[in-house]
Design a protein around this ligand. Structure first.
Ligand SMILES: NC(=O)c1ccc[n+]([C@@H]2O[C@H](COP(=O)([O-])OP(=O)(O)OC[C@H]3O[C@@H](n4cnc5c(N)ncnc54)[C@H](OP(=O)(O)O)[C@@H]3O)[C@@H](O)[C@H]2O)c1
Length: 247
């Protein structure tokens, strides 16, 4: 049996467990199983990695950075992001770290722009929030040659604040919510933006996937903007993990 699983803490609602279990059923993959390994402390990782038949693991909060010292190498995007959410156990027993959020975001954005018939040339992005998800987003944007600014609640040399947005929103037509604002159960919340200044040229991408239509998206739609939720990114990052493990 090939074993896969997810480490993190706490692991209450796991998209990955459901996703891989459904995938194995649907595709008749009978030689694989996907388990949850709730891990309060990363020091338990070596014990898990010693499990026979373990082929790969997903990593979630709070261990995406803490796993780095346990790995032998990182792929290029994980190295730039400084965080890993997929570990592949190689045939020789060594461990490679990847960041499939990067791939999920990048692919979903490219697909969306293609669908809309929009070019990335000259597109400029605002990325709301400065956490791990936003870092994966900005590395993908850089690789796609889309210039961006972070927007943070805290003023730094690297970021704008929410108060700066009204004066730049006209130039930044792609706005990506990389903060958890608007996530269930806080569905009546939305990032603090001057929504009345949005136009039908604006593209609002929410990394949040629960609810399917967030308030951020609704307020954008009201102004004629195009909107996208985080579900496709979530599916694509899971598919990418699977592809990495099967290489
Ligand atoms: N769709 C997907 O596949 C996918 C993948 C990964 C993550 N996500 C989602 O992306 C979101 C961010 O993930 P993360 O791990 O980066 O989360 P995080 O570290 O908890 O937060 C990201 C950033 O959001 C900002 N923020 C946090 N609380 C806020 C608040 N109340 N108001 C305004 N800004 C706030 C903070 O930046 P500042 O302090 O600089 O303002 C924080 O660093 C989550 O909702 C997560 O579920 C989705």
């Amino acid at each position: 049996m090939n074993r896969y699983g997810l480490i993190g803490f706490p692991l209450t609602h796991s998209f990955s467990k459901r996703y891989f279990t459904d995938k194995f059923d649907r595709e008749g993959i009978t030689d694989s199983q996907y388990d949850l390994f709730e891990m309060p402390a990363i020091t338990a990782l070596p014990g898990l990695l010693a499990l026979p038949d373990l082929r790969g693991i997903n990593v979630t909060i709070p261990h995406k950075q803490a796993v780095l010292p346990y790995l032998d190498r990182l792929d290029a995007s994980a190295e730039k992001i400084g965080a890993v959410n997929v570990i592949k156990l190689e045939a020789d027993g060594s461990r490679t770290g990847y960041n499939s959020d990067y791939y999920g975001f990048r692919q979903s954005l490219v697909d969306w722009l293609t669908l809309l018939g929009r070019s990335s040339d000259g597109l400029k992005a605002l990325v709301l929030g400065t956490g791990g998800a936003s870092k994966a987003v900005t590395v993908a944007l850089s690789d796609l040659k889309i210039s961006y600014r972070y927007v943070s609640r805290t003023k730094t040399t690297d970021s704008l604040t929410y108060d700066d947005i009204p004066s730049v929103i006209n130039d930044y037509s792609l706005i990506i919510n990389g903060s958890p604002v608007g996530t269930y159960p806080n569905i009546d919340e939305a990032p603090v933006l001057p929504y009345q200044l949005l136009t039908d040229r604006h593209l609002l991408y929410d990394l949040v996937y629960n609810p399917i239509e967030t308030k951020f998206m609704k307020l954008g739609l009201d102004q004629g903007a195009s909107v996208h939720n985080g579900l496709r990114m979530l599916e694509l990052q899971a598919e990418k993990a699977w592809e990495i493990w099967q290489r």
